[in-house]
Design a protein around this ligand. Structure first.
Ligand code: PEP
Ligand code: CO
Length: 443
């Protein structure tokens, strides 16, 4: 008998959870949340699981991307549309470069909770709880705002639902139709190098589609609607558990299609692993330099005991200085164990550094170099890299340096908007897709 329950994590040591000052207010918010309708359905989740299984076999490629941390204030039509546009443009570039289907998964509609390395932040001699994402407290440094507030979970649920509703409306009404790739053009990229390159590639694709339709005597099937999936870090377990629902097929987290657990919360006995092992969703774990081979094997046994295709994704995020020493041994260990996970590379989180003036940034070339190393290491070890995980935005921000615009450290203050990690801006994101498409010729 399986006695797993979404709230069993409470009996385990659980890191990165806020301390709510009012237990009753927390319970009220969780009860309210647990009665609200789900955001996604088990059928959608199972479809994604099939795609992830295909990607683990090299028959599909996964593009997972979005903000490091979504903010409540950014839940507006323009920003959502721009994020969707940039992911659609990237997937069009990838589909041509890789010659295989692409599945798009946003870090979106719920990516509101962040792990922090320090519990407290000190400014001018005043120490307050660290900002843990809009789902928990306020980024603004004030005594009131930094107190964890459980009502924020309801607000986060509401804004996730509005975000997803708008994405679904756009997709349903043909926004993602491959016959209209021009409507994904971002206004500020019309004259940018990679914007122009995208435009040329899109026009070429459109010509091919038209030719195919003439030859086949009818409209090409399945081009009108692309599927779009959501993901977020399952960090705040009160929230995740309240949105985990029992179906005839078992328990599903119905707040997102694809939850992952972060590098700081993947300990074997942790509350996060206890939680994630019980849900039917496909799930991911982040694999960083501290992951030992035996720990990884235990995690595989706990999370995917039945070796279900598409169930477990390993998102490695080592950084350029660590990937060559760390990844090969993990690939070999997993292979010797007879296990075939989906491997995805997150080339962002291992390559973060602070400038001399203390601004968190990442170099475009470090990100692309880690991706290239990842492709090579998987190939050298007869393994498959089935996707990429990026922090990006559809806006013109100045958070990562380098890329076609050659952003410098001195440019970072122009439009640095992320409250946590630096993201690729829209042009850098398109360029990264071109870089991956180019690399695919060699791996
Ligand atoms: C993240 O994905 O934003 C994150 C915090 O990643 P990691 O757990 O890999 O550090
Ligand atoms: Co991040």
């Amino acid at each position: 008998m399986n006695l797993w329950h979404p709230n069993n994590w409470k009996n385990h040591h659980t890191l990165q959870q806020p301390v709510y000052p009012d237990e009753n207010a927390l319970q009220d918010a969780c009860n309210e949340l647990s009665k609200l309708p789900p955001l996604v359905t088990p059928t959608e989740i199972e479809n994604l699981k099939k795609y992830l299984a295909e990607a683990s076999l090299g028959k599909r490629f996964i593009l997972q991307g979005g903000d490091c941390s979504e903010s409540f204030a950014d839940c507006c039509a323009e920003k959502i549309t721009n994020k969707l546009k940039v992911l659609l443009q990237m997937s069009l570039i990838l589909v041509q470069g890789l010659g295989m289907p692409i599945s798009r998964i946003g870090r979106i509609a719920g990516q509101y909770a962040k792990p922090r390395s320090e519990d407290l932040e000190t400014l001018n001699g005043v120490s307050l709880p660290s900002y843990r994402g809009d789902l928990i407290n306020d980024a603004f440094f004030s005594e009131v705002g930094r107190v964890p507030n459980p009502q924020r979970m309801l607000q986060g649920y509401g804004l996730s639902s509005l975000t997803l509703n708008y994405i679904r409306a756009l997709v349903e009404s043909g926004f993602a139709d491959l016959h209209n790739p021009d409507q994904w053009q971002l206004p500020f990229l019309t004259h940018a190098k990679n914007g122009v390159r995208y435009h040329q590639q899109a026009s070429q694709l459109l010509k091919s589609i038209k030719l195919l339709e003439i030859l086949s005597g009818g409209p090409a099937q399945n081009l009108e609607k692309v599927e779009f999936f959501t993901s977020h870090e399952a960090l705040l377990l009160h929230y995740e558990a309240a949105l985990t629902r029992k179906t005839t097929n078992g328990w599903y987290n119905l707040s997102t299609h694809f939850p992952w657990i972060g590098m700081r919360t993947g300990q074997i006995e942790s509350g996060h692993v206890e939680y994630i092992r019980g849900i039917k969703n496909p799930v991911a774990i982040k694999v960083g330099p501290n992951m030992q081979a035996n720990q990884l094997l235990k995690l595989i046994d706990i999370i995917d005991p039945h070796r279900e295709p598409g169930k477990l994704t390993l998102i490695h995020r080592f950084g350029i200085s660590n990937i060559s020493d760390n990844l090969p041994i993990l690939i070999k260990t997993v292979q010797q164990f007879g296990y075939k996970p989906l491997w995805i590379c997150d080339p962002m989180h291992g390559n973060t550094h602070a400038t001399d003036t203390g601004i968190k940034t990442r170099e475009f070339k470090d990100i692309s170099q880690e991706l290239e190393l990842a492709l090579k290491i998987h190939q050298d070890n007869q393994s498959i890299l089935g996707g990429v995980h990026l922090e990006l935005t559809g806006e013109y921000v100045t958070e990562c340096v380098g890329g076609a615009l050659e952003l410098k450290e001195t440019d970072l203050n122009t439009n640095y908007r992320s409250t946590v990690d630096p993201r690729l801006n829209a042009e850098q994101a398109l360029e990264m897709a071109f870089v991956i498409a180019e690399m695919a010729k060699f791996y």
